[in-house]
Write a protein that binds this ligand. Structure first.
Ligand code: ATP
Ligand code: MG
Length: 232
């Protein structure tokens, strides 16, 4: 239940494609991320950023190796992998039901824990206390999350990761759909509230990840730079 213990990630010669006869969208990537580091991924549209996030959870077909805490993902049951590592996609899907059910599907936590997670994720800094459409734990979420903005959905997905205690968080930042206030709430949450979590953040503005420990630059499916922001 406590796996992965730390959040170390090692990637060796990783290539990926969407179908067996399709083109390689990632080519021979190797890099290593230490537990607790914040890593940014940048690169132009189509360079493979989202594909890399999917490859780390074996959601698309891959060659090469990915190790979490030294254990190859090929040796880890997919359910165990996906329940210990959280990936927040560019457009998160939520479950229909209440906000509470989305945060705590097995009803294991007190409301106070869920409110703390929402606060840590930045929800209350983007919505006014007296706003009519203010979200509470009893708010109904439409199937997929269609009644919420993409930014709100990312915040809720982040809160769910906090509730689950994920040690490795992969966030694929929403693109144009997200406003500045929501974006900065998410980034300040990642920076200030999630200290012991290894974070991989796909960013669309360099500014977003300028204080990251490492930055990965992708170009046409290849890793062209990997280092600390001041080295690049
Ligand atoms: P963006 O900044 O626009 O989100 P990205 O860096 O995330 O771009 P990817 O979505 O990883 O880029 O795309 C990398 C390559 O994989 C592109 O050539 C794209 O056309 C291809 N690709 C992405 N999704 C699929 C898919 N579902 N099926 C087939 N090819 C895909
Ligand atoms: Mg993408």
């Amino acid at each position: 239940a406590y796996w992965p213990a730390s959040g170390d990630l090692r990637v060796e010669n990783l290539s990926a494609r969407y179908s067996t006869d399709g083109p390689k969208v990632l080519q021979d990537l190797s890099f290593q991320i230490k537990s607790g580091e914040r890593v940014g991924i940048v690169g132009r549209t189509g360079s493979g950023k989202s594909s890399l996030t999917l490859s780390l959870l074996r959601c698309i077909s891959t060659e090469g190796s990915v190790y979490y805490d030294g254990i190859p993902t090929s040796a880890i049951n997919l359910d165990a992998l996906r329940s210990n590592v959280t990936i927040i996609p560019q457009i998160p899907e939520l479950l229909s039901g209440t906000l509470r059910q989305n945060l705590d599907p097995f009803d294991q936590h007190d409301d106070a824990v869920l409110y703390d997670a929402l606060r840590s994720a930045g929800l209350f800094s983007v919505q006014d206390e007296f706003e009519e459409a203010r979200l509470t734990l009893d708010s109904a979420i439409a199937s997929g999350g269609g009644n919420l903005s993409v930014g709100q959905r990312q915040i809720l997905a982040l809160a769910r990761a906090i509730v689950r205690g994920s040690k490795l968080l992969i966030l694929d930042e929403a693109t144009s759909a997200i406003d500045y206030k929501t974006d900065s709430a998410i980034q300040s949450s990642l920076r200030n509230e999630l200290h012991n979590v290894t974070q991989i953040i796909v960013a669309h503005r360099l500014q977003t990840i300028i204080d990251a420990d490492k930055i990965i630059v992708l170009d046409a499916g290849k890793l062209v730079e990997f280092g600390s922001p001041w080295e690049l």
